[in-house]
Design a protein around this ligand. Structure first.
Ligand code: HEC
Ligand code: HEC
Ligand code: HEC
Ligand code: HEC
Ligand code: HEC
Length: 167
């Protein structure tokens, strides 16, 4: 057997074992965030996505600074343990260490400005019905295939250097 095919056999054995010994693939697992922030609760309050995710650097959607939260939480529920923890981060001028859910590797070029503002693709298209979620899990793929399928559907370019800077 060549080295390559040994590798393949090992992978398929491992895959078969994984199927045998693991429970059915769970939905993307919920991540425990440092402060239990709910998109559902805040959407019901009437705050819009871009009040918190400003897209102002062109690429990232951006996470809100603690001052945005404290505009309300200096008074709203200020004695709850979760808000005390939030207030502590704000007081020490330390950003809340939110755990990332959607992330592509550094060698991939992705811009929220291009997709949301220019191509007018809704947040929900790529992130699901966030406004109804208490916890954000990765419910839409960010694989190369998922990007390319959508580019094909929208007749957007699919050349390698469109998403990978090959210089
Ligand atoms: C426009 C006002 C507003 C802003 C801005 C806001 N919140 Fe809230 N938040 C609320 C309201 C209203 C509730 C629900 C309070 C209740 O249950 O009575 C809430 C609830 C919460 C709770 C649950 C508190 C508990 O113990 O029940 C957390 C945690 C929280 N917010 C975190 C945040 C964070 C983090 C930010 C910034 C990213 C933020 N909020 C921004 C108004 C706001
Ligand atoms: C009050 C501020 C606030 C509003 C309004 C808000 N978000 Fe968020 N969003 C946050 C915070 C804080 C986090 C980080 C904690 C978390 O993942 O729940 C976050 C996380 C996210 C993430 C995951 C980021 C990652 O790590 O990949 C997505 C996607 C997202 N928000 C989309 C939306 C969309 C879509 C809307 C509108 C329906 C919205 N958000 C409205 C504050 C907000
Ligand atoms: C075409 C698909 C697409 C659309 C539309 C989209 N996103 Fe994203 N989002 C992504 C991808 C892919 C990532 C990971 C990007 C990275 O790692 O650089 C991401 C990451 C994020 C993050 C975490 C990292 C960051 O960029 O700050 C937040 C928050 C977020 N999106 C919110 C939103 C909101 C709010 C909207 C609508 C205003 C939106 N997204 C629209 C695909 C999309
Ligand atoms: C919902 C469909 C959709 C998804 C999903 C999507 N794209 Fe796009 N993308 C588009 C459209 C439409 C354009 C605009 C094409 C144009 O300008 O001709 C675009 C443009 C781009 C651009 C050019 C941006 C610029 O400023 O010139 C890049 C790079 C890109 N996409 C990368 C990605 C990557 C990486 C992913 C996956 C993480 C992704 N896209 C997912 C539809 C999508
Ligand atoms: C529409 C955007 C897009 C296009 C076009 C694209 N890629 Fe990718 N590529 C990605 C994304 C997103 C990832 C990262 C996937 C992940 O998170 O693992 C990736 C990952 C990769 C990787 C890392 C290894 C792997 O497979 O995970 C290689 C190598 C690669 N791409 C090569 C190419 C080549 C060669 C082409 C042209 C045929 C191409 N890409 C076209 C978006 C794209």
């Amino acid at each position: 057997m060549t080295k390559k095919s040994v590798g393949r056999v090992c992978i398929s054995v491992a895959a078969a074992l994984a199927v045998l010994y693991s429970a059915p693939e769970p939905e993307a697992e919920a991540i425990e965030q440092p402060v239990p922030f709910s998109h559902r609760v805040h959407s019901e309050v009437g705050i819009k996505c871009r009040n918190c995710h400003s897209l102002k650097d062109g690429f990232a959607a951006g996470l809100p600074p603690e001052t945005t939260c404290m505009a309300c939480h200096a008074t709203v529920k200020k004695d709850s343990p979760a808000i005390r923890k939030l207030a502590e981060f704000a007081r020490s001028k330390e950003p809340v260490p939110w755990k990332r859910v959607y992330e592509v590797p550094e060698y991939v070029w992705f811009s929220h400005q291009s997709h949301h503002v220019d191509a007018k693709i809704a947040c929900e298209h790529c992130h699901g019905p966030v406004a109804t979620r208490d916890v954000i899990v990765k419910e839409k793929p960010t694989s190369m295939q998922a990007c390319m399928d959508c580019h094909a559907a929208y007749k957007a370019p699919n050349g390698c250097d469109f998403c990978h800077n090959t210089q």
